[in-house]
Design a protein around this ligand. Structure first.
Ligand SMILES: [Fe+2]
Ligand SMILES: [Fe+2]
Length: 325
């Protein structure tokens, strides 16, 4: 292993090459020629909304000590720009397919002015109080308490980017729309770079600090929520998670892939964030027929390894009995 505080990411190269996702090769005129399932459309709305919400997440990040780090703020400047265009890409795709909720005003030539969906966004941000999983006040207090706090944001960001890009792979697997496949593969290339930055930052901070390792482990074990929670309802988050990662060996393999990558970061050994979330979503769906649009006959998760049913399903909010103290 190299120097302990090395951030293994070529930031100079990222900054110089950052650009709007290039969708010139996408066959936009063929978007309406192929069907999408209701689940696919749900995923696209979720993804569009979350990509567009990135700027609010940025605001919360900049209220913390990470604002003092020039490497991080340089990255964030390009990152938020790239994410804006991901949101617009999904909006363009849905509009080309014939879906626009709510309908937005058009210019006289029929084009849609940028940014698209201002009404959708104004309504959503007002109704949720412009928040997310990392609310601004606790974020600011926590930021004053410890210099290791930035590691939490970097690891949280890494998991967000990893679940996003894995979710895009999972949607490619679930849906057969060839043009959507083209679009998702383009966006995934950006998300891979985003993930690499956040992971490298988190890893460097956690390798050099036992306090950072403990803090991040505690936060991820006790406070972590999937990307989109707080913007989307619990049922919407569950629906997305189960559609993409639940109820099939392939979906579960994607979930394990995320967890296996997270545990490679020092301090996070043994965590199973995504599989635990899926267990919870599955339990909610089993307890309430129709929840998250899941048929009640769904096969249980983790049926393949013969292990007992995880007990923390029944103790939401209580201590975690599936993790060492
Ligand atoms: Fe994105
Ligand atoms: Fe991203």
């Amino acid at each position: 292993m190299g120097h302990k505080t090395l951030v293994d990411f070529d930031l100079d190269r990222y900054l110089r090459n950052s650009r709007k996702v290039d969708l010139a090769d996408i066959e936009w005129d063929r978007v309406a020629d192929h069907p999408l399932s209701d689940g696919d459309v749900m995923c696209l709305h979720y993804m569009m909304d979350i990509e567009t919400h990135t700027v609010i997440y940025l605001r919360d990040l900049l209220a913390t000590r990470v604002a003092a780090d020039p490497q991080i703020t340089a990255f964030l400047s390009c990152w938020v720009y790239e994410e804006l265009w991901h949101g617009e890409a999904f909006a363009d795709f849905l509009r080309a397919y014939g879906i626009e909720v709510p309908a937005e005003p058009k210019l006289p030539d029929g084009s849609t002015p940028l940014p698209t969906h201002p009404n959708r966004w104004r309504d959503l941000r007002v109704s949720i109080g412009v928040g997310n999983g990392l609310g601004i006040v606790p974020t600011m207090i926590g930021s004053m308490l410890t210099r290791d706090f930035a590691a939490i944001h970097m690891m949280w960001g890494a998991v967000n980017e990893l679940t996003t890009l894995t979710g895009y792979h999972a949607l490619i697997r679930r849906c057969e729309h060839p043009v959507l496949h083209q679009l998702l593969r383009k966006v995934i290339q950006d998300e891979r770079r985003h993930f690499a930055f956040y992971r490298a930052q988190a890893r460097a901070r956690m390798e050099r600090s036992r306090v950072a390792r403990g803090l991040v482990r505690w936060v991820m074990s006790n406070l972590w929520t999937p990307v989109g929670a707080g913007v989307k309802t619990e049922e919407e988050v569950d629906a997305l998670a189960l559609y993409l990662f639940g109820n099939s060996p392939e979906g579960l393999a994607h979930a394990r892939e995320i967890d296996d990558t997270v545990v490679e970061v020092p301090g996070l050994e043994g965590l199973t964030l995504i599989q635990d979330y899926l267990d919870g979503a599955q339990a909610r769906a089993a307890a309430r027929p129709g929840w998250a649009g899941v048929a009640s006959t769904s096969a249980p998760l983790r049926a393949n390894d013969g292990s007992p049913t995880p007990r923390h399903w029944a103790t939401v909010g209580a201590g975690r009995d599936d993790l060492p103290d």
